[in-house]
Design a protein around this ligand. Structure first.
Ligand code: IPD
Ligand code: CA
Ligand code: CA
Length: 262
């Protein structure tokens, strides 16, 4: 499969940082028993991956801005382009030896997401999308699922946890949705959840309070797979992080149920 120079740059960067994360992931098991625990180690792995991504992406496209979870904003001379990067999405999975985590790289032009790469180095699943050119998982073209009835659907979601999120609101959402769907799933890596929607594995997904780096690449992935994605209340999802998506019908149905619970 031949991709654009831009996608090649993004994939190359994701694979290099991915090799580093994979090496570090291999160490986690030994560290579980160490006195300090693996948390500091993971935070170093995370930062190292982000530096590699910054190095490769800024070398290939000098001047583009860069927003990374670890390093924050790094302004560039080119104000119309910005990389939005999560060097390690699914940190809790990584820390617990669960091989479901990813590097997520999105490229924004003038406020629109135009390209995305999401890469899980543990199983080598590589999602790519470019505006107008489709979405792919390891070279297979992606299409969102076409189920139209919520009772047939598997829906992905996020769950609040200690120190984070609105528990009461989440419980209202669960109470509203659980009796209506074929199944709910919480896998713990938002970028891969969005990839799963693009791939038709999930029929839909919602989560509140996500950050731009969790969703930037996934937004273009879902759109290029023929799905729709937006904010639960109709705002700018990259700003609010309250994401809901699916095919047009399931997205609308989820939003209709979730919006009054906001
Ligand atoms: C987290 C994951 C998780 C989502 C959290 C995110 P991190 O990102 O994407 O699925 O539920 O809200 O913060 O911290 O592992 O990069
Ligand atoms: Ca994240
Ligand atoms: Ca992260």
């Amino acid at each position: 499969m031949i991709h654009s120079a831009l996608i090649n740059v993004m994939v190359k960067a994701a694979r290099r940082a991915g090799r580093s994360l994979k090496r570090d992931f291999g160490e986690i098991e030994n560290l579980q028993v160490s006195l300090k625990g693996p948390a500091n180690f993971v935070s170093r792995a995370d930062k190292r991956a982000e530096e590699m991504l910054y190095e490769d992406l800024s070398k290939a496209r000098p001047g583009y801005g860069f927003l990374g979870e670890e390093g924050g904003v790094r302004e560039g001379a080119d104000k119309s382009h910005r990389w939005i990067v999560d060097p390690l999405d699914g940190t809790t999975n990584f820390l617990h030896g669960i091989p479901h985590f990813a590097i997520s790289i999105g490229l924004e032009r003038e406020g629109t997401m135009i390209a995305g790469v999401i890469y899980n180095p543990a199983n080598e699943e590589l999602y790519i999308a470019e505006r107008g050119k489709g979405a792919f998982l390891n070279d297979t073209r992606l299409r969102v699922a076409n189920r139209r009835e919520l009772h047939d659907c598997v829906i992905g979601c996020g769950l609040p946890h200690i120190g984070r999120g609105d528990f009461a609101q989440n419980q209202r959402e669960m109470a509203a949705l659980q009796p209506k769907v074929a199944g709910l799933r919480r896998f713990g890596t938002a970028s891969l959840d969005l990839g799963a929607v693009a791939a038709g594995r999930f029929d839909g997904f919602w989560e509140r309070n996500l950050s731009p780096w969790d969703i930037a690449a996934g937004i273009v992935m879902i759109r290029e797979a023929g799905g729709t994605v937006g904010d639960i209340n109709g705002g700018d999802v990259l700003k609010t992080g309250d994401i809901v998506c699916g095919n047009e019908t399931i997205h609308a149905e989820l939003a209709r149920i979730l919006k009054p619970l906001s």
